[in-house]
Ligand binder design. Structure first.
Ligand code: FE
Length: 137
């Protein structure tokens, strides 16, 4: 057995701090669990290779290797960068049963996960573009 990996520290900030650091759109999505309008996100049609990080805290969340065009209007991934990087929680708001995807590190809302993905586990991570920052590689 090797060393147990230290749990990444959870980032906690006041609403004022988040409001200062994020754009109004990012604040609406990440901290207010909002949704950007479909087909508007800057990263929707980006094909560059790299890592998509949380726009709130910088955690590495999705690799471009897992990105695909779902036709939904939001950046879509068939898996997270690491199983523990994205926290999944049942979300029964808006009269639907969905699974919310949030950044495990800062708790920022990213989007939702559906079961119609193309990969081996059948998942579609439907993620707001403004919740992500691409670091091209
Ligand atoms: Fe985060």
């Amino acid at each position: 057995m090797g060393w147990r990996r230290m749990a990444e520290p959870r980032i906690r900030k006041s609403e004022d701090e988040w409001r200062k650091e994020l754009t109004p759109e990012q604040y609406h999505v990440l901290r207010g669990r909002g949704t950007e309008p479909p087909f508007t996100g800057e990263l929707l049609h980006i094909d560059a290779g790299g890592m998509f990080h949380c726009a709130g805290c910088g955690a590495a969340l999705f690799s471009s290797d897992a990105k695909y065009d779902s036709g939904s209007g939001w950046p879509s991934f068939f898996k997270a960068n690491a199983p523990d990087s994205v926290k999944l929680t049942p979300d029964d708001s808006a009269g639907m049963h969905r699974i919310e995807a949030a950044c495990a590190r800062c708790g920022g809302h990213l989007g939702h996960v559906f079961d119609d993905g193309p990969g081996p586990n059948g998942k579609r991570f439907c993620i707001n573009s403004c919740a992500l920052k691409l670091e091209e590689q």
